[in-house]
Ligand binder design. Structure first.
Ligand SMILES: C=CC1=C(C)c2cc3[nH]c(cc4nc(cc5[nH]c(cc1n2)c(C)c5CCC(=O)O)C(CCC(=O)O)=C4C)c(C)c3C=C
Ligand code: FE2
Ligand code: FE2
Length: 373
């Protein structure tokens, strides 16, 4: 890196700076613009991921490129256009705000330096580029935190693939820790419960609290994906925190794509059934999304709101994701603190890092004295 002393002259790493710890937040990714031209390459990468679509490879690639990528980008772009902001895609804006807030919070709580970075699994900034940048900044220990509370092979598993592919190519990989999930984390459940209570205080209370999670094909559950069970655990814990029954706070699965059977019950069918039963107002929360995105702002608040009214309901009141709220940031900071325990960068007296600084200073003196070419 220009300007950084690197007496070896080697590219890609510097060990004359204070060793750093890093937290890599990873979210799904989003197109660069709400246009078919921008959505197409994003969907090609996303739906070309064998973790997402477990289907015979050649056949799927033919269907994806021959059929789906000719039709879906235009439809998706139209949906994205409904939620796009002046700053860009809500998923990107919200994820960046969360990363910045986490950086500040960790700076307050941590005795040692820690660098928070954000990568996207699909699109930019790529996981590999972000890890390379962190290494240039001297990150030697890295905690990977996918922004998915519940583990699924399709989401979290795929982030781990991207990290593993990156690490495989590095001569000197960072020490690595990864968080599988935080679906039952008390601070996360408490933050969700707080946000529901705050929503009720501001807007009144619906007859149901529907907890809607992103779906996956049911086949993946049968093959061992723990996602369904973790969604159920989150839902049960949130009910308990709010003192609600399963009838008062049911759960459902949204965002089904294709003809295969996905996890049940489906959100759209559930919402329509509530409308048909004469229920006038429902509150909907999406506890599987850390940050608001197409699937919450467009699919839940807009599309399912319309379904509910068409079926006879009045109001679908959407409860936003935790986004960059302080309770969310606190919960994520708790997770980071727990998972970085024992790292010398964070020792109270900061011995190891101080030793590294002394070493770097000695090297710099040696370099100036011309002792090291
Ligand atoms: C077709 C297979 C899909 C699986 C399996 C899947 C799992 C899954 N997805 C998320 C989180 C998000 N998905 C988002 C958008 C989105 N998802 C799919 C398909 C699958 N997802 C598609 C095709 C799309 C793109 C939009 C569209 O064309 O409908 C998003 C929002 C992205 C944004 O830009 O706002 C998120 C977030 C999880 C957590 C998950 C498995 C548990
Ligand atoms: Fe070196
Ligand atoms: Fe998805």
């Amino acid at each position: 890196m220009p300007g950084t002393p690197n007496y070896t002259g080697l590219a890609g790493h510097s060990h004359d700076t204070l060793p750093q710890a890093g937290v890599l937040l990873v979210n799904l990714g989003t197109p660069d613009a709400p246009t078919a031209a921008a959505v197409r390459p994003y969907l090609a990468q996303f739906l070309g991921d064998p973790r997402v679509i477990e289907y015979p490879r050649l056949l799927w690639m033919a269907i994806l490129h021959g059929v789906i990528l000719r039709v879906r980008p235009k439809r998706s772009a139209h949906a994205y256009a409904r939620i796009w902001t002046e700053q860009g895609s809500p998923l990107r804006v919200g994820s960046e705000a969360l990363a910045a807030a986490l950086q500040t919070e960790l700076g307050r709580r941590r005795p040692g330096p820690i660098r928070v970075a954000l990568a996207m699994r699909y699109g930019k900034p790529a996981v590999a580029d972000t890890i390379a940048q962190l290494q240039r900044e001297g990150v030697r220990r890295l905690l990977v935190l996918p922004l998915y509370p519940q583990y699924s092979a399709t989401s979290t598993g795929s982030v781990f693939d991207a990290v593993a592919d990156t690490i495989k190519g590095l001569r000197w990989p960072p020490e690595l820790r990864q968080i599988n999930d935080y679906h039952a984390e008390p601070a996360y459940i408490a933050a969700l419960a707080d946000s529901v209570r705050a929503h009720w205080e501001r807007n009144g209370r619906g007859e149901k609290l529907l907890m809607s999670f992103h779906g996956i094909p049911e086949r993946y559950l049968r093959n061992g994906d723990p996602y369904f069970c973790q969604c159920h655990a989150t839902a049960r814990l949130l009910r308990e925190a709010l003192g609600l029954s399963a009838d008062e706070a049911p759960m459902s699965f949204q965002s089904r794509v294709g003809r295969e059977r996905w996890l049940h019950p489906y959100t759209d069918e559930t919402v329509k059934a509530f409308g048909a039963q004469g229920i006038k107002r429902i509150d909907v929360i999406s506890p599987g999304f850390a940050v608001d995105c197409l699937e919450t702002l467009e699919e839940i608040a807009m599309q399912n709101g319309e379904f509910f009214r068409e079926a006879g309901g009045d109001t679908l009141s959407y409860i936003p994701c935790l986004n960059a709220t302080s309770t969310h940031v606190d919960a994520i900071a708790d997770l980071v603190l727990r998972h970085t325990q024992g790292w010398p960068e964070f020792a109270e007296d900061y011995d190891a890092a101080a030793a590294a600084v002394r070493l770097a200073e000695a090297r710099e003196r040696a370099r100036k004295a011309g002792a090291h070419a």
